[in-house]
Design a protein around this ligand. Structure first.
Ligand code: HEM
Length: 472
């Protein structure tokens, strides 16, 4: 990192206490509050400014000792090589308590292992690639509904799409408008209720304070749980012998004969409804918006799609040839990773990048910071899909993705890594690639929103991202 730090405020002055010499440096916060206010005000700005302290940066938030990691090698240590010495930890568990405490994204140890094993069967390559046609078929009616010249908020439009794909493929069920509305309302409520800004405000409010955000969260969560209970009951009544995820859960039995409790089934479904559509929607919306602002990228996509798909829509057989499309997807998630930080807590003291990190520290592995670090990325702030392509001979017109990049593996990890890497990674990549290609075949977008200044809910929030439609 070439940047140097110049103290500007009390919160930004370095820790100089000799007794903590081997602990990582970091921005000193306010008494009692630590860095909570800075994080609440501008969580991504806090990460950006913390980078100046080095590869491991200590801070304090919401009453906990925490450290940001900006070193891809340390990320590999935490997620992969010493994965059995870390837990998801308190930060994640607290969030899990709000959403789905017994869902696979939040459980630990043996409970997590057997859940993951059970669910894995719904995400084998064969199963996932079998969804390709539905992923394309679901996006076409949405595009055909758009009028020429109409202004569309990409974020909402793509969330409608990804939710439809999720329920049709994984749950084998069309979710009526009312159900979809319940899911969207809950996701929005969770995003607001568990955002860094809200956590900061919440930590200052007395418990008796009348809290509208909390009430909205509780009401929408109750509605979502009722919806999910109804889905499971209907599937059990009709036929739970299918191999879609809803049937697997409704009829599940672990190897020891135990069956998941009703709460566990419900939490799993809530986990998938949340994790499975919001992240992908955000990535797709941002990809479309980025392409809308870059005629050169748009022209490359058009060229590729024309060569690969002729006059038709893309399909599974085209996937390997949609190289530039994949590069656009990867580059979108480099600059705007839907999950900006992965959290872990070491069970024993660890030394990471030469610094001592005590057991129980909340580690924030900074996806956002590392993927914009100029040690690994030329012109890191620039959207440049070409960086993902192999150099060299393009005289044959054939392009390939780079195969042995000259950077550490964990300089890019939008889907996490190690045993707890994203269960839906293959599903998401397939959906993103096929949906983007189909959208480009049918419509063009002109930007109405002219700049993207993301904030942070639970996931990255790019705002509504408005564009004007041109039918092709
Ligand atoms: C672009 C889209 C997506 C992104 C960027 C993304 C990102 C992530 C990340 C970073 C993690 C790891 C969190 C951690 O280690 O603490 C994760 C976990 C997970 N994701 Fe995704 N995800 C996406 C789409 C999906 C989809 C489509 C599904 C399901 C259909 C899904 C289901 C899950 C589940 C169940 C976990 C928890 C895995 C475990 O703890 O064993 N995700 N995701």
């Amino acid at each position: 990192m070439t940047e140097t730090h110049s103290p500007q405020s009390e919160e930004q002055s370095t820790t100089t206490d000799r007794s903590s010499a081997d602990l990582p440096p970091g921005p000193r916060g306010l008494p009692l509050l630590g860095n909570t206010l800075s994080i609440g005000r501008d969580p991504l700005g806090f990460v950006e400014s913390a980078r100046a302290y080095g590869d491991v940066v200590s801070y304090e938030a919401y009453g906990d000792d925490a450290a940001l990691l900006f070193d891809p090698h340390a990320v590999e240590t935490v997620l992969v090589s010493r994965a059995d010495e870390v837990r998801k930890g308190e930060f994640e568990t607290d969030f899990g308590e709000l959403v789905a405490p017994e869902g696979v994204a939040f459980t630990e140890g043996e409970q997590w292992r057997r859940q993951r094993q059970l669910l894995q069967s719904s995400f084998t390559p064969d199963r996932v690639y079998g969804y390709a046609d539905e992923m394309v078929a679901e996006v076409i009616p949405l595009l055909e509904e758009l009028d020429d010249g109409e202004t569309v908020a990409l974020r909402d439009a793509m969330a409608t799409y990804t939710l439809r794909v999720l329920t049709r493929t994984l749950f084998d069920l069309p979710l009526e408008d009312e159900g979809a509305e319940t899911v969207r309302r809950t996701v929005t409520a969770i995003q607001t209720y568990a955002s860094p800004r809200r956590l900061a405000i919440g930590s200052l409010l007395p418990s008796w304070f009348p809290d509208r955000v909390e009430r909205e969260y509780e009401a929408s969560m109750a509605a979502l749980e009722a919806l999910v209970d109804d889905l499971v009951a209907r599937r059990r009544e009709t036929d739970a012998s299918g191999d879609d995820l809803l049937s697997v859960l409704a009829g599940a039995q672990y190897p020891d004969g135990a069956r998941p409790s009703p709460d566990e089934v419900r939490d799993q479904l809530v986990t998938f409804l949340f994790a499975g559509h919001e992240t992908t929607a955000m990535a797709l919306a941002v990809a479309c918006w980025l392409v809308a602002g870059r005629p050169d990228v748009r022209a490359e996509l058009d060229r590729e799609l024309e060569a690969v798909c002729d006059d038709g829509d893309p399909g599974l057989d085209d996937l390997d040839d949609l190289v530039y499309t994949e590069a656009v997807v990867r580059e979108t998630m480099r600059l705007y990773p839907p999950i900006t930080g992965v959290y872990r807590e070491p069970e024993t003291e660890m030394v990471l990048s030469g610094y001592r990190v005590p057991a129980g520290t909340t580690l924030q592995l900074s996806v956002y910071g590392i993927q914009r670090d100029d040690r690994w990325w030329d012109e890191p702030e620039t959207f440049r899909p070409e960086r993902w392509l192999a150099d060299g001979d393009s005289s044959s017109g054939e392009r390939t993705l780079e195969s042995a990049p000259d950077r550490p593996e964990y300089a890019y990890f939008p889907f996490g890594g190690g045993p707890r890497h994203c269960l839906g990674m293959r599903f998401a990549m397939l959906e993103l690639q096929l949906a983007l290609a189909t959208i480009v075949r049918h419509v063009e977008f002109d930007r109405v929103t002219d700049s993207l200044e993301p904030s942070l809910g639970v996931t990255l929030d790019p705002g509504p991202l408005e564009v004007r439609v041109r039918q092709r």
